[in-house]
Design a protein around this ligand. Structure first.
Ligand code: BTN
Length: 242
């Protein structure tokens, strides 16, 4: 049985799952949601900004031990598609901006922070953190180019029912991976932001243009540029959004 705990305020839902995993001897599922995070974490050293009681802030702690270390990115594919499915259900057409963002009309609506604990060659446990902008309509400049469900639809949404719906979709997507590791690849690529379009990228401060050709099995971005076709990891390349 999954344990579900809701906080009015916490440092970070991902950090709370990590603490609980550390304290637990049994391998169980944990779902932490919060109305507010004092130190919401984004990828790398980024912060995640969310006003109190406006948005979905959730971490799902699970044990996808069937995935090998080299298949880690498949989890990101599953969660991204689950988020897109949830948005589809609310008549919002979204795409997946590699590696872990969900975009609508060139603006970010959700971010995913997956932290895996590895054991031997496989994933012992995974903390899947999701921030989805739901009812917030004003954002600080540090948040980049955000958008929310309310800004797109004009309606307030029930955050807890979105959380429940997302969990159902994430579980279904991870189960699909369990039966076939490649089952999500077609859907993932059909949702990939800017697939086949000429875009600007930056590597070590050097800007160049290229076309996204896909995301390979190890989660690297495959780009075609003037120098040929090459794959990049997410620590080495960023897409320049104008
Ligand atoms: C990103 O876009 O860089 C990833 C953002 C992930 C934010 C979520 S909010 C819930 C969970 N707890 C955190 O501290 N971060 C993730």
């Amino acid at each position: 049985m999954a344990e579900k705990i809701h906080f009015t305020s916490i440092d970070s839902t991902n950090a709370e799952v990590a603490r609980r995993f550390k304290a637990e001897t049994r391998e169980k599922e944990i779902i932490i949601t919060a109305e507010y995070q004092t130190i919401g974490r984004g990828r790398s050293t980024n912060r995640w900004y969310s006003d109190a009681a406006k948005n979905l802030l959730m971490s799902w702690g699970c044990h996808p031990e069937f995935l090998s270390v080299s298949d880690q990115f498949k989890l990101s594919k599953a969660v991204s598609l689950a988020l897109c499915g949830l948005l589809d259900d609310n008549n919002i057409v979204s795409s997946i901006k590699w590696p872990n963002d969900i975009y609508v009309s060139g603006k970010k609506i959700a971010g995913i922070l997956i932290e895996n604990q590895l054991m031997g060659g496989s994933i012992r446990s995974s903390i899947i953190g999701i921030g989805l902008n739901v009812n917030q309509v004003e954002f600080p400049p540090e948040a980049g180019f955000p958008v929310s469900m309310k800004l797109l639809t004009g309606r307030d949404m029930e955050v807890p029912s979105l959380a429940d719906g997302l969990l159902v979709k994430m579980r279904a997507a991870v189960d699909a991976l369990k039966s076939d590791l490649f089952s999500l690849d077609g859907a993932y690529h059909s949702r990939l932001y800017k697939l086949g379009e000429e875009c600007l990228f930056s590597v070590n401060g050097n800007e160049f243009s290229g076309k996204i050709r896909g995301v390979d099995d190890s989660g690297q971005l495959v780009l075609e540029s003037a120098t040929g076709i090459r794959s990049y990891g997410f620590h080495e390349i960023s897409m320049i959004i104008s």
